[in-house]
Design a protein around this ligand. Structure first.
Ligand SMILES: Cc1cc2nc3c(=O)[nH]c(=O)nc-3n(C[C@H](O)[C@H](O)[C@H](O)COP(=O)(O)O)c2cc1C
Length: 289
């Protein structure tokens, strides 16, 4: 295999798997190599606004898992309709890596010197901070895949309650935040595929191609109806779903071809701060309220 295809292979193997084989272990050397991948992530102004807590102690792993089980239950109770994960999703990890963000380093990003630009640069600082953390978590996940292990990226640690519990358990200051919690293990199910938009839908050559735009209605449909299948099914293309026509109806071409928007009309900005239409998820939310 060439270096290029080995790299592509690792990229594609990095899959969110939430079911691990029992009775396995991993060497600290492998965990160090994984964290070293995180260390080499890019960051704004090279501030390296991340720390990595590796939990390989079995009792501590269980305590972290307990915190995430409570977090998952809070989702069930207070964010109804979001596709829930199974209760066992953090069982049998060989280690859990927590990627902490240290917000002090934002001061090293561009700062406005005129008050009129305060908001603009604050938003920009936040974006640089979060993108840097994303790069670190992503590198950790790729390092995991390169070791023949698997992982998921749990963002629940970014919620205040979960972060406070993790800070108290692991001893970091509460003003730092666990932006990524990465349970690591040996996959007990093979999940080497996941829905991805066709390359010719998300790749735009030399400018945005409006026939590849996804309409507001397509976002609504994904949120209300198709999301759980896109998140968990083991197919790259929705065309491979045996019930594709039933699940997607007239939306099939929008999710499976380059022409997601054949009439090429772009739309004005709209309020997407909460779900906008009735669907599977919204019906559940309403029923349980
Ligand atoms: C920022 C971010 C937050 C995520 N949060 C969670 C999470 O809290 N729980 C979880 O099980 N998966 C989480 N995921 C994993 C996504 O669900 C997953 O990446 C997506 O469904 C695509 O699947 P794949 O990673 O197998 O390609 C998160 C991913 C990202 C990038």
């Amino acid at each position: 295999m060439t270096e290029q295809s080995l790299f592509q292979d690792v990229i594609r193997k990095r899959r969110s798997v939430r079911k691990f084989e029992a009775g396995r272990s991993v060497s600290r050397a492998a965990l160090e190599r994984i964290v070293d991948c995180g260390r080499w992530a890019p960051s704004g102004a090279n501030v390296q606004c991340f720390d990595f807590i590796v939990v390989d102690d079995p009792e501590l792993r269980t305590s972290v898992m307990d915190i995430f089980l409570q977090q998952a239950q809070r989702l069930v109770d207070h964010a109804k309709g979001f596709p829930a994960v199974k209760k066992t999703y953090m069982a049998n990890t060989v280690a859990i890596i927590i990627v902490l963000g240290d917000p002090r380093w934002k001061v090293c990003f561009p700062q406005s010197t005129t008050s009129e630009f305060d908001a603009e640069y604050q938003e920009n600082n936040e974006a640089i901070f979060l993108c840097s953390l994303g790069a670190a978590v992503q590198n950790v996940q790729l390092g995991v895949a390169a070791e023949g292990l698997t992982s998921a990226w749990l963002s629940g640690g970014g919620e205040e309650t979960t972060n406070a519990q993790l800070a108290s358990l692991l001893g970091y200051p509460e003003w730092m935040c666990a932006y990524g919690t990465v349970p690591i293990g040996y996959p007990s199910v093979s999940q080497d595929r996941r829905y991805r938009r066709p390359l010719d839908q998300c790749l735009h050559w030399n400018g945005f191609n409006s026939s590849q735009y996804r309409s507001h209605e397509q976002v609504d449909f994904y949120e209300s109806t198709v999301r759980p299948f896109a998140m968990y099914r083991d197919h790259e293309s929705m065309l491979d779903w045996p019930d594709a026509k039933e699940k997607l109806g007239d939306w099939l071409p929008a999710f499976t071809t380059a022409q997601s928007n054949p009439d090429e009309q772009l739309q004005a900005e709209a309020d997407f701060s909460s779900p906008r239409v009735q669907g599977r998820a919204t019906r559940r939310r309403d029923r349980d309220q």
